[in-house]
Design a protein around this ligand. Structure first.
Ligand SMILES: [Zn+2]
Ligand SMILES: [Zn+2]
Length: 230
């Protein structure tokens, strides 16, 4: 994980919690480039060709392609599965676009996601929770794409496609059984650990609905798999 731009205290807290969630979700270690406290990438060093002011709102924006190709690719650690960056800056992906929440390059396994439009987490505890959930959902959904998992059409699932904020807000944080099996396929991934770890984290975060879902799934998983063993 890399960080780009200036983060307020609450935004940094959200990044640390999101990293915990990503760790549990993919059952892989999450490392910050140069430690979580360092703001690795100074957005002021982004050249003018990769910046603009939004034509109508005048919001300063950064070009996603530049970050993916010129900033993240050269930093890619040898032992990493993917390198993702979070930023507090607004992003746009190129001509004809207003803005984008983020963009990933599947071939290079790098991605950048913005917290700019996730709300102000310093405003209230509700805003903090909303911003956290949005950041967690974007992070896990997009990294799952990097694992080769496409949009889900089967059930309510973290991998459902979304065109609007409303749709992505409605998307759950969990994977449906089909997508969970895709993630577990060909790795040492243990679904039992997945449910347990995410139930624990949801509990810490005060996410009652999610906690209940993961616990129920864990019980169901244990019951079904006990029945299958002789
Ligand atoms: Zn997607
Ligand atoms: Zn699914």
């Amino acid at each position: 994980v890399a960080l780009l731009g200036q983060f307020q205290k609450e935004q940094k807290d959200i990044i640390l919690l999101t990293a915990d969630f990503i760790h549990a979700f993919f059952q892989m270690p999450v490392r910050f480039l140069e430690g979580p406290e360092s703001l690795l990438l100074d957005s002021k060093r982004i050249p003018a060709k990769a910046r603009r002011h939004h034509p109508t709102t005048q919001d300063p924006q950064i070009l996603t392609r530049y970050i993916l190709d010129e900033v993240l690719k050269p930093l890619f650690p040898e032992d990493a599965f993917c390198l993702i960056a979070f930023t507090t800056e607004d992003l746009w992906p190129g001509p004809g676009w207003n803005f984008v929440f983020g963009e990933a390059s599947l071939d290079d396994r790098v991605g950048i996601w913005s917290m700019y439009r996730n709300g102000d987490p310093a405003k209230s505890s509700e805003d903090f929770q909303l911003c956290l959930k949005r950041t967690v959902k974007t992070g896990t959904h997009e990294i799952a794409h990097l694992f080769g998992i496409h949009h889900c059409i089967f059930f309510e699932c973290a991998m459902n496609g979304s065109n609007h904020r409303r749709e992505s807000d409605l998307r759950p944080v969990w994977l449906c059984p089909v997508c969970l099996r895709k993630l577990a396929w060909g790795s040492t991934f243990d679904p039992q650990e997945w449910f347990r770890h995410l139930a624990e984290l949801s509990d810490q975060l005060g996410w009652q609905e999610e906690r209940a879902f993961f616990l129920e799934s864990l019980h169901h998983w244990l019951a079904t798999n006990d029945a299958n063993t002789p």
